[in-house]
Each structure stands twice: as structure tokens, then as C-alpha cells.
Write a protein that binds this ligand. Structure first.
Ligand code: ADP
Ligand code: MG
Ligand code: MG
Length: 889
């Protein structure tokens, strides 16, 4: 295969092979934009290298040929002593992984060529600065030497000279640093810094390939669910120099604001700087608009290129560029990451501008983004104690205890604390700490700094560049300009939408998007902003496109009513267990302790009207829409007192010689009902079969509630659902009883009560015998929580805390099967049950209830599997609606 592509040979559609960066460099080259020439080594070469720990045959010669072509085009050789061609070696995988993979600039410099570069440029400082950077980057990324060794030496030279800025160092200082850095390299690798330019390049290429498996990259991929075996491409690109004086510089730009989505000029620029200086937030940048004053010609050209790119990609693009002595160069572009709000606003704007269709618009937003917009935010009218303001890097409201290092963030978060990670600036080593934190606060770096980019990707609230807040990580405190000191553990609140940082916990309010879904904001009114209007437009389209219906899991009238406002088309799971708790617990105890049938019946008779009223409220809230009621599911002992507490009570009473008749009986019963493995014990339909009258009482309550409502002219539509069925025989018994009760109550009230009786499919056996079960079931609802437990043999409550993190770390799975449906295993059973159920009973209604009903990827699977509806928690209803629409669009 061909392993190396010149930029002009690629295109944006070759991301798999050339990586995102390489494919887009090719695209820009072919658009005629000013891209320094270069070539891309494919991801295929990387995969070969990772599998064989060796470069593929012929790669070396191919690189040699492309390098020669590059040298001819540039009129100089790599590292040519009197006039060196320098190159960057840049990683670039299919998915952008900010800061994860490594880039080395200024390859080709050595003790000789540095003098050539100085002579050619007429700038000694520049040449030695570039050489110094090469050794630093090469040492750190290729040779794996701790970056702080170089940083410390750098700071030391500045300190000795009594200066603070990087630009205050002259040629001699950089030269001195080159010596010091070479010493560090020699000491840590046992050999001299490699002077041969081609060797530098080859080592860098290998290092980029190898960095695919760096722990940070592995963690990021897992978090972002990026496949582990894609590999990265390597781009070799002729250097252009932003560090050639004040008429040079480097910057980052966005064609729209990645935070709000609004149009305008967004970006950061830094004069006399190279590469990472902007992104790392090491020096403070100026807003891109200021470039107009510095270099109006380049500014105008940049704006025009931004327009070209946006029209070409028909989306928000982000851009990296460098100006070398008044000449603009494009170094990177890609369809840019954006916040959730920006995603909706941009999709909406692009429809208006005629750039995309509504179909494309729904593909540009995700359910996860919609979920983010539903997060609460700080109350506008509450005046918090303002400590200071930074940049609004990633929206949302976060309240938590201030911590100043990632380790503490992780540790405290594990013990259940909300924390705000406060750092001067973040780097890839902070990734896990950032994941653990509720919010991130930095004192340096702009909206394109590491903290900002990564936080936006994670959907985490972030305020960056809050310079006025002196963050002192050594002493674990921050100092506000007003003199307030926040120590580790003090609570602060950060507002990622405004950039404000407050002392203490600021009250949080619900988002306008939720208020819109709740019907409190009319999208046509003035109260609705452009975001609400964008959400409304896209939701209408998704609703029209989707085939899946969306119901909610709601156990009471209040949740059902809220779910309905959020667009639920019924209740897919109304659990009845809470109807046995609280004051009613005593009745349940009596039911279990009853010695005679009469006693038992008395307890049931007292529970009946209570249940009936609960059901009536829920049916009323969903009037005209189906409500699937699940008969009692959990093991009975869950309703009984704790065995240890009760034993102690009995023992104490005994020792005091007090009467404890009742407690003793209770304890005996609790002992009798105690199970080693309640999840696999007496529960669900088994309970209905062995506790006489229990399920009939529930069905009677449902029937009476419905009959009453019918008499009032309402349209109750209950569906009776039997949990944990493993065989059709279990179902038949309960179904016959249920139908008998429905008839009885119907006669009592003089109405016809013809409500469907169906079952949950949550045991593998049920799925595998779905054809038989469907003969007796009028509907199936896949209980994917229990089905996942029983298919994997995991007890969810036990395993998530104990070994899931190890499994995720070892890559056994990329995401918990309780979070996102295990399509291959659990999904396969759903497919079998769907096919066999439909074959046995054409038109059988199929739904799913379980956390997966609100998970975007799972919703797409349920759509493909051909289910009729998903049911999820009320707040996830809009997410499921959107994803169902996206799946169908
Ligand atoms: P990342 O994936 O981290 O963005 P890049 O490969 O884009 O890494 O490199 C980081 C920065 O290095 C770029 O934004 C650019 O400023 C600088 N850079 C890379 N290649 C060159 C080059 N050929 N000439 C000048 N600067 C470069
Ligand atoms: Mg880049
Ligand atoms: Mg279940």
C-alpha cells in the first residue's frame, strides 16, 4: 500500500487514512489556501508499527522520496547547514484529541544549521530560540524526559537575568539554554541529542506513532468512546515562523463563537511566538480582533479565508495560523468543537443561511448536548459574593469545594464531594482530575487553552484565564483582588456562562430550555431567546421524523404530569413498590405476618383503596395515554425492618424482660424471608404466585381506579405488566386471574374493562422463549436493567462500585453496559425476542423501560431493532425524542 501522501494528494474525506489534521491540510491545500507544503504518513503505517513494533517495508524509501520532493519544492535540504529546511512532525488521528498526541517543531536544527538559520533570517535570537524549543520538545515528547526539568531551567535563566517575560531573553540566553537542555538530554538518555536531521525526523515519527498508546490518550479515547485501534497519522510540514519578530506571530481563530454559537470574530493572537505558546496559555494572548491594528492585510486575508472555509465545510471551523514577517500561513483547520448551546444556535443559523437542510441540522446536535442545556444555572437575581471574573470557557453552573490539584480532586470526588478544580493552567495530566471535578477554574490561558478545550468537550463548567484570582497551587489557596482568601475545601461557585467566580454556594435555577419544555416559555414570545427558538425548531423536526414513541418512567402523578409536559406519550413504567412504603409499611408487615387468611385479606383490603387512589391520580395525569403499571417486583423483605436492627431490638427487650411478642414474630418472618441473593430470589411474578391475593389486589385497584375515571368521562388506559416472567406458565396464571378481576370489577361498575396484560422481558429465558410468551402476552417491555444484570450475571449494585473501574481501565468495555446498552449481548436477545414475539403475535406492542431508554446510543439501537417505544425518566424524554428523530432522519 501507499503509506505517504503529499498534502495535494489527499482530501477531507480521507480522515480514516490521513487523520483529521492531514485530511484537512490536504483539503486546504487543494482549496488554494496558503498551507506550507508537506506530506502525511498514513494511519495504516501506524497500525502496522503498533502491531509489529517495526516500520512497514518500503516506508523508509517512500518517506525519503516525499522528503526529497519537499526539499526540491523548498529549494533547500532538511537541516542544510547554511540554509536549513525545518519541518514539524505532527500527530493527527481521525478524531481530534486535544493535547493528547505529540508534535515536535523545528526538526532539522543542530549546532551547524542553527548558524545557517541565524544567517538566513538575520536574527540570532530567533535561531537559538528555535533550537532551544526543538531540544525541549524533542526531549519531552520523543525522549520522554519530564517537561518540568526544561521548564525549571528556563525559569532559572530568567530569574538570573531578572526578567519575567520569555521575550526578554536574547540570543545568548537561548544559546546558554541550548547547552543546558543538551545536558539534560545527555544525562537522561545516556547519549547526545541527535544531530542528524533525518534521524530527528524518524525518531519523532516513531514517537508520534507510539504516543497513540500513551496512558493519557488511552484515557481520553475511553472517555470519548473512540475505538482503540484506529492509530494516528503523522504530518510532516515545512516550518513557518511566528517567532521572527513583532511582525510575526501565531494564533487560533473560530468562524463563530464556539461558546455561544453567535457570529463574529473569535480567537486569540500572540505576537512573536511559536506553536504551542497560544494553546498552552503560557503567555497572555490578545483578542483576534486586535490583529487588525497589528497587521491589517493579514487580518483581512484571514477573515476571507475563514469565510471560504465556513462555506466549504458548511459548519463552524476552527483554525490555527501563523504569520511570518507579514505573510499568513494556515496550519490547521477542522470542524470545531462547540458547546451545546453553540451547536443548537449554529444549526439554526445555518438553516436560515440556506447552508444546511433540517435533516442535516438534526445530525449536527446530539441528545447529550440537549441534556447539557437542561442543566441548572445560577439565579440571575441573586447577588453572590463575587470574587472575580475570568473567561466563560464552558457554560453551566458549578458549586463545590476548591481543590488545587488533580489528585485531591479525584480523591474528594470519590468520597462524594463536589469539587472545583483550581489550577493556574491545566495540562493533559489533569485529565482525570478534570473528569472528577464539577467545574474547572484556571487563572491563565484563553478560550483555546487546554482547560477550555477539554472542558467544553466534556461538557464541564469551566472558567479560564481568571488572572485576577491568584491561584497558588503550592499553598493550596487562591486570593481575590478584594483580599478574600479561598483555602482548599472552601466552597466556591463558578459560572461558565458569564465567567464569574463567587465565594460560597450560589443558588441554582432551572434552565430556560427546561422551562420551555415544561411549557413555561412560549417559543414564539419575547421571553424565548434564540437558543430556545433553535431547540424548538429542531425538536419539531425530530418529532416529525421519529418512528419510536417516547414514554416516561413515572411512579406518581407528579412525575407523570411533568413527563407529559416534556412530551412523553404515556408512561412506560409505573412502579408500584413505593406504594407499599411509608405509613403503609405496617400493612405490608401485617400481610406477611398474617396467621390466617382472614388476617391477610384484611391487610390487603386496607391496601386496596390506597393503591386505587395512587393509580387514579397517575391515570388522570396521563388521561388518554397509556400507563403501564408494573405489579410488585422487589423481594418482600425489602419492605420489612432491617434484620440487624430488629435482632438488637428483640435482644434488648429480652434482657430487660419486656414484652416483645410482635417483634419476635416479625424477626422470625424476616429470617424466613431472608435471601442470599434477593435479586434472583422471591420477587416479581414469583411473589404474585406465592403470596395469595397480592397481585389480584393490585389489579383490582387498577381496575377500580380506571372504572371510576371512566364514570367521570375520562379516558384511562392502564396496561398491566407482570415482572420477571421466565416462562409462559407463570404469565398465564397471573393473566387469567387479572382478566377475571377486570371482568368482576367491570360488572361491579357496569363498564367494560378491557386492558392489555403483558410482561417484562428481563430474563434471558423469557427472551429466548418469547414466541411462547407472546401467545399469552399482549405486549412486551424489555426491562434492560435486569436483563443486563441477568445476561452478564452482574449484580448492578455490587459490581459498579467494585470492579467496573478496573474493567474500564483494562478496556474490557468502553462504557458500562448499564449506561449504554450492550448491543452484542443484551441487544441480540432483544432482537431474538422481537422477531419471535412478532411472529407469534403480529402487532404485539414492544417497548423498553430501563435507564437505556434515555441513552442516545441505545435509542439508536432500539430504533434499528424496530421497537415501538422507549420509556425513560421524565427529564430524559426530550433527549430520547431528539435521538429517536436523529435515528430516523
Ligand atoms: P495539536 O494537534 O496539538 O494542535 P499541531 O500539530 O497542530 O498540534 O501543532 C501545534 C502547533 O504547532 C500548531 O498550532 C502550530 O502553531 C505549530 N506548528 C505545527 N506545525 C508547524 C509548522 N510547520 N510551522 C509553524 N508552526 C507549526
Ligand atoms: Mg493544532
Ligand atoms: Mg426488573
Amino acid at each position: 500500500p501507499k503509506y505517504v501522501y503529499e498534502f495535494a494528494e489527499g482530501s477531507k474525506d480521507l480522515k480514516e487514512l490521513l487523520g483529521g489534521k492531514g485530511a484537512n491540510l490536504a483539503e486546504m491545500t487543494n482549496l488554494g489556501l496558503p498551507v506550507p507544503p508537506g506530506f502525511t504518513i498514513t494511519t495504516e503505517a501506524c497500525r502496522y508499527f503498533l502491531a509489529n513494533d517495526a516500520m512497514p517495508d518500503g516506508l523508509d524509501a517512500e518517506i525519503g522520496a516525499k522528503l526529497s520532493a519537499l526539499e526540491r519544492a523548498m529549494g533547500k535540504r532538511l537541516g542544510q547547514p547554511d540554509d536549513p529546511l525545518l519541518v514539524s512532525v505532527r500527530s493527527g488521528a481521525k478524531f481530534s484529541m486535544p493535547g493528547m498526541m505529540e508534535t515536535v517543531l523545528n526538526i532539522g536544527l543542530n549546532d551547524e544549521s542553527v548558524r545557517g538559520l541565524a544567517a538566513q533570517s538575520g536574527d540570532e535570537r530567533f535561531a537559538w530560540d528555535s533550537y532551544r524549543r526543538l531540544i525541549q520538545m524533542f526531549g519531552k515528547t520523543v525522549q520522554g524526559i519530564g517537561g518540568e526539568l526544561f521548564d525549571d531551567a528556563f525559569e532559572e535563566v530568567k530569574r538570573q537575568k531578572g526578567v519575567v517575560g520569555d521575550l526578554d531573553l536574547d540570543a545568548a540566553d537561548h544559546r546558554k539554554l541550548v547547552d543546558v537542555f543538551k545536558g539534560i538530554v545527555a544525562e537522561h538518555t545516556g547519549r547526545e541529542f541527535p544531530a542528524d536531521p533525518r534521524e530527528q525526523m524518524d525518531l519523532a515519527v516513531r514517537a508520534v506513532f507510539g504516543s497513540w498508546n500513551a496512558p493519557r490518550a488511552v484515557l481520553y479515547r475511553r472517555q470519548e468512546r473512540i475505538p482503540v485501534d484506529l492509530g494516528t497519522a503523522v504530518n510532516v510540514c515545512a516550518m513557518v515562523f511566528g517567532n521572527l519578530g513583532m511582525d510575526s506571530g501565531t494564533g487560533v481563530a473560530f468562524t463563530r463563537d464556539p461558546a455561544s454559537g453567535r457570529q463574529g470574530v473569535y480567537g486569540d493572537y500572540l505576537q512573536n511566538a511559536q506553536g504551542e505558546d497560544v494553546v498552552a496559555g503560557i503567555r497572555n494572548t490578545v483578542p483576534l480582533a486586535d490583529l487588525e491594528r497589528v497587521d491589517s492585510r493579514c487580518y483581512a486575508e484571514l477573515l476571507s479565508i475563514m469565510e471560504t472555509l465556513e462555506n466549504h465545510y458548511r459548519d463552524l471551523c476552527d483554525i490555527e495560523f501563523t504569520i511570518e514577517r507579514g505573510k499568513l500561513w494556515m496550519l490547521q483547520t477542522r470542524v470545531g468543537k462547540r458547546t451545546a448551546a453553540a451547536a443548537f444556535r449554529i444549526a439554526d443559523q445555518l438553516i436560515d443561511q440556506g447552508m444546511i437542510t433540517l435533516d442535516e441540522a438534526v445530525s449536527r446536535v446530539t441528545g447529550d448536548q440537549l441534556a447539557q442545556l437542561m442543566f441548572p444555572r445560577f439565579a440571575d437575581d441573586v447577588e453572590g459574593h463575587l470574587l472575580g471574573t475570568g473567561m466563560n470557557a464552558s457554560p453551566g453552573a458549578a458549586v463545590g469545594k476548591a481543590v488545587f490539584d488533580s489528585y485531591t480532586a479525584i480523591k474528594w470526588a470519590r468520597s462524594g464531594e463536589d469539587v472545583i478544580l483550581c489550577r493556574r493552567e491545566t495540562n493533559p495530566d489533569d485529565l482525570e482530575g478534570m473528569l472528577s471535578a464539577s467545574g474547572i477554574l484556571t487563572s491563565r490561558g484563553g478560550k483555546t487553552s487546554h482547560a477550555a478545550v477539554v472542558a467544553r468537550g466534556m461538557g464541564k463548567t469551566c472558567v479560564c484565564g481568571a488572572e485576577e484570582l491568584g491561584i497558588d497551587t503550592k499553598n493550596r489557596r487562591l486570593t481575590a483582588p478584594g483580599g478574600e482568601v479561598v483555602e482548599e475545601g472552601d466552597v466556591i461557585s463558578i459560572d461558565g456562562t458569564s465567567g464569574r467566580v463567587y465565594l460560597g454556594a450560589v443558588p441554582v435555577v432551572s434552565s430556560p430550555v427546561v422551562r420551555y419544555f415544561e411549557g413555561e416559555i412560549d417559543p414564539a414570545s419575547d421571553e424565548a431567546d434564540d437558543l430556545v427558538r433553535a431547540v424548538d425548531r429542531i425538536m419539531h423536526y425530530a418529532d416529525a421524523a421519529r418512528r419510536l414513541r417516547v414514554r416516561a418512567n413515572a411512579d406518581n402523578a407528579e412525575d407523570a404530569a411533568r413527563a407529559r409536559r416534556m412530551g412523553a406519550e404515556g408512561v412506560g413504567l409505573c412502579r408500584t413498590e413505593h406504594m407499599f412504603l411509608g405509613d403503609r409499611r405496617q400493612l405490608v408487615e401485617r400481610l406477611i405476618l398474617a396467621d390466617t387468611e382472614a388476617e391477610q385479606q384484611e391487610a390487603l383490603d386496607r391496601l386496596l383503596p390506597l393503591q386505587r387512589d395512587d393509580f387514579a391520580e397517575a391515570f388522570e395525569a396521563m388521561d388518554g395515554l397509556p400507563v403501564t403499571v408494573r405489579l410488585l417486583d422487589p423481594p418482600l423483605h425489602e419492605f420489612l425492618p432491617d434484620i440487624t436492627e430488629l435482632s438488637v431490638r428483640v435482644a434488648v427487650a429480652e434482657s430487660r424482660g419486656e414484652s416483645h411478642e410482635n417483634d419476635l414474630r416479625l424477626l422470625q418472618a424476616v429470617h424466613k424471608l431472608h435471601e442470599q441473593n434477593p435479586m434472583l430470589g422471591l420477587r416479581g411474578v414469583r411473589l404474585g404466585l406465592v403470596v395469595p391475593g397480592l397481585f389480584t389486589m393490585q389489579v383490582r385497584a387498577i381496575a377500580r381506579a380506571a372504572a371510576q375515571l371512566l364514570a367521570e368521562g375520562r379516558r384511562p388506559r392502564p396496561e398491566i405488566m407482570i415482572p420477571l416472567v421466565g416462562t409462559v406458565q407463570e404469565l398465564e396464571i397471573i393473566r387469567d386471574e387479572s382478566n377475571r378481576v377486570l371482568r368482576e370489577v367491570g360488572e361491579e361498575y357496569g363498564v367494560e374493562l378491557d386492558f392489555p396484560v403483558g410482561t417484562m422481558i428481563e430474563l434471558p429465558r423469557a427472551a429466548l422463549t418469547a414466541g411462547q410468551i407472546a401467545e399469552s402476552a399482549e405486549f412486551f417491555s424489555f426491562g434492560t436493567n435486569d436483563l443486563t444484570q441477568t445476561v452478564w450475571g452482574f449484580s448492578r449494585d455490587d459490581v459498579e462500585a467494585s470492579f467496573f473501574s478496573a474493567y474500564l481501565e483494562k478496556g474490557v468495555f468502553g462504557v458500562s453496559p448499564f449506561e449504554s446498552l450492550d448491543v452484542e449481548g443484551v441487544g441480540r436477545l432483544i432482537e431474538i425476542a422481537t422477531a419471535e414475539g412478532r411472529a407469534a403475535r403480529p402487532g404485539i406492542k414492544l417497548g423498553i423501560c430501563g435507564e437505556h431508554g434515555g441513552d442516545p446510543d441505545s435509542v439508536h439501537f432500539f430504533h434499528r431493532a424496530g421497537l415501538d417505544y422507549v420509556s425513560c425518566s421524565p427529564f430524559r424524554v426530550p433527549v430520547a425524542r431528539l435521538e429517536a428523530g436523529r435515528a430516523a432522519a
